[in-house]
Ligand binder design. Sequence first.
Ligand SMILES: Cc1ncc(COP(=O)(O)O)c(C=O)c1O
Length: 301
Amino acid sequence: MSDAKQVWINGKFVPWEKATVHLMSHALSRGSAFFEVFGVHSHPGGPAAFRMAEHLDRLCKSAELLGMEMAYNKDEIAQAVRDTVKHTGLEDGYIKIMAYYSEEAFAVLVPESKLDIGIFAFPAGADLGIDINKPISACICKWRKIHPDTVPVEAKACSNYLNGFLARQDAMKRGFDVGLMLDTDGYLAEGSIEACFMFKDGVLKAPPLGRVLRSISRRSVIEAAPMIGIEVVQAPITREEFMDADEVFTSATPFKVLPVGRLEDRILADAPGQFSRKLAALMADIASGKDSRFKHWFEPL
Ligand SMILES: Cc1ncc(COP(=O)(O)O)c(C=O)c1O
């Protein structure tokens, strides 16, 4: 029987309201949790996960970078995802996997236990906080992206999202949809929950890896773009270069190409521009399973 409001926790399905931790849990009071989110798409053969293997690899990489151990291995988590999709009847939406120390801890900094795992199914249409059906506005926010020498930025750690929270909060206070962060050397890094790209003279440019999350949407865009003749460059982008871009878009699991129509005080009047439009169409065909060249990116669930 399918029950959309059930959550897989450590091998059992529990009602949504029972998917809780104590206020004194290490995860909440010390910020020791990380997560993964990926898309589930309704394909003719049934629900299919977008690049699940890469997402589960990133989940394991987060654990490794943080020196934490999960109570389940990759294969067990993959099976739990399949069970969750079946149990909840998810056809089209997202899977969110949480890894967290649920134990209560007042003074303990480094627990010896393994991380609990929770798996949530979210149907498409969940509130994403911004309207992704039209070009968005973006600013360069006052906060800088956390430096990888301070915490591993390639780990999808919940505590890293305080940086993203501040960026979005700053943007919203200034009347923008999203805030994009420069790194501590002044080069473009990423948004709170999104990678960013620019086009100049038809060439697609993205900030290099090292200072940003290894976004799987970013990687997918970079791998797919050459298929429609778009040249891609991964190189540091200065603020000046970015502000002078012909087209700008952000990219993340729920929106592979989300055009920016206002960048600080610059109006990009015809957003999405010609190149972003082509790329968005390609990514939409890939997501729906129409483009057979990318079938291997999907895993039937
Ligand atoms: C900081 C940050 N950058 C980029 C992304 C996009 O990553 P992905 O494409 O894997 O969803 C996210 C997504 O959560 C993120 O939090």
